[in-house]
Design a protein around this ligand. Structure first.
Ligand code: 5AD
Ligand code: FES
Length: 358
């Protein structure tokens, strides 16, 4: 394909939010830096149409690394006997939120492994306490697969959003990354339940995960079109040394950036983070992510004492920096990219009215 043809595909995607499988494949496989730059430029323009130069921040609290699952790629998998397990106390979590609030955070993301200690009662108590202290903040949960009635209770307790990456939309590929006890159908059912309940929902995939093909990525894009999530979290796969996939190759920043831009054009108003994994694989990854259409950053609010223990993958950045240092560092990085951090809940535009009218 000529450069001109690629550009016309980007225009078509921008105008119709759709392409044929063959056209998506051409974009995904295009190996030209001038094309990648043009794709990023278009995605940036769409992002700026809806969000201007604003970058939303989410305070990530990695509150437990106990996990009953055994995903082949993940460093906190059940069978990793070398992972030092921890669970923050209720008071420690509230202290992270209070410190985050002072720094300007208006969204807290409670992320953890699938930890049986966190029953519905314990989680609802935690959500209520955060909402009571910070009624102007959004609470996002990222605690994996649960049953619908559990998701309903957490929503009633005040949780606003839920992140559950689908990891890959292809069943066989999913099965190659997870043991048989995890089911692709259940993962997708969870996402549909979360949507139906009324959460702002985030799904997403790792880029360059072992065995991933262009066909798989096209299925991922089709799933995004079908589910219409409010948020999409993507980042490169990065091997973790104590997992079965330790010797596999990492995904690349290039493919991740290209997908960020495609997703921005596919779902123009989506909340799209430039992830820590992207910043890990490339020192300028998060800035490049913003310039490719991302509009969210998720700095870590967890106490520095536990940071290293939440080692999903190797060489994760920001391990030693206190939240205040990360915010200072990020403000500079974001400014250098021509954007600015905002003190805002950062809801999806489709949900904004609900909160401003009440
Ligand atoms: N590399 C990159 N991302 C990973 N995740 C888990 N393990 C890895 C890894 N080795 C991602 C998964 C999960 C999210 C919390 O972190 O996509 O959903
Ligand atoms: Fe954490 Fe730069 S963002 S140190």
């Amino acid at each position: 394909m000529t450069p001109k043809n690629y550009i016309s595909l980007v225009s078509k995607l921008e105008q119709t939010q759709d392409l044929s499988n063959e056209e998506f494949a051409s974009l995904l496989e295009a190996d030209s830096s001038s094309f990648a730059e043009e794709l990023a430029r278009r995605a940036r323009a769409v992002r700026e149409k809806y969000y201007g130069k604003d970058v939303y921040i989410r305070g990530l609290i990695e509150f437990t690394n106990y996990c009953r699952n055994n995903c082949y790629y993940c460093g906190i998998r059940r069978d990793n006997g070398r992972a030092q397990r921890y669970r923050l106390t209720h008071e420690e979590i509230l202290a992270c939120c209070a410190a985050g609030y002072q720094l300007g955070f208006r969204t807290f993301v409670l992320q953890g492994g699938e930890d049986a200690y966190y029953t519905d009662d314990r989680l609802t108590e935690l959500i209520r306490a955060i909402k009571k202290s910070h009624p102007d903040c959004a609470v996002t949960l990222s605690v994996g697969e649960r049953e619908r009635d559990s998701y309903e209770k957490l929503f009633e307790a005040g949780a606003d959003r839920y992140l559950l990456r689908h990891e890959t939309a292809d069943k066989a590929h999913y099965e190659s990354l997870h043991p048989a006890e995890l089911s692709h159908e259940h993962r997708l059912q969870c996402l549909r339940d979360l949507k139906a309940i009324g959460y702002q929902v985030g799904c997403g995939m790792m880029t360059g995960s072992p065995g991933q093909t262009t066909e798989h990525l096209i299925k991922d894009l089709r799933l995004l079109q079908e589910l219409q999530p409010e948020m999409v979290g993507i980042g490169p796969f990065i091997p973790q040394h104590d997992t079965p996939l330790a010797s596999c190759q990492a995904g690349t920043a290039g493919l991740t950036l290209k997908l960020l831009s495609i997703i921005r054009l596919l779902l123009p108003q989506v909340l799209l983070p430039a992830t820590t994994a992207l910043g890990t694989i490339d020192p300028q990854g998060r800035e490049k992510g913003l310039l490719a259409g991302a509009n969210v950053l998720m700095p870590n609010l967890s106490p520095v004492t536990v940071r290293r223990k939440y080692a999903l993958y190797d060489n994760k950045i920001c391990m030693g920096e206190e939240a205040a240092e990360c915010i200072r560092c990020l403000s500079k990085r974001v400014a250098a990219a021509g954007y600015h951090l905002v003190k805002d809940r950062g809801d999806h535009p489709g949900f904004k009215e609900i909160f401003t009218s009440s």
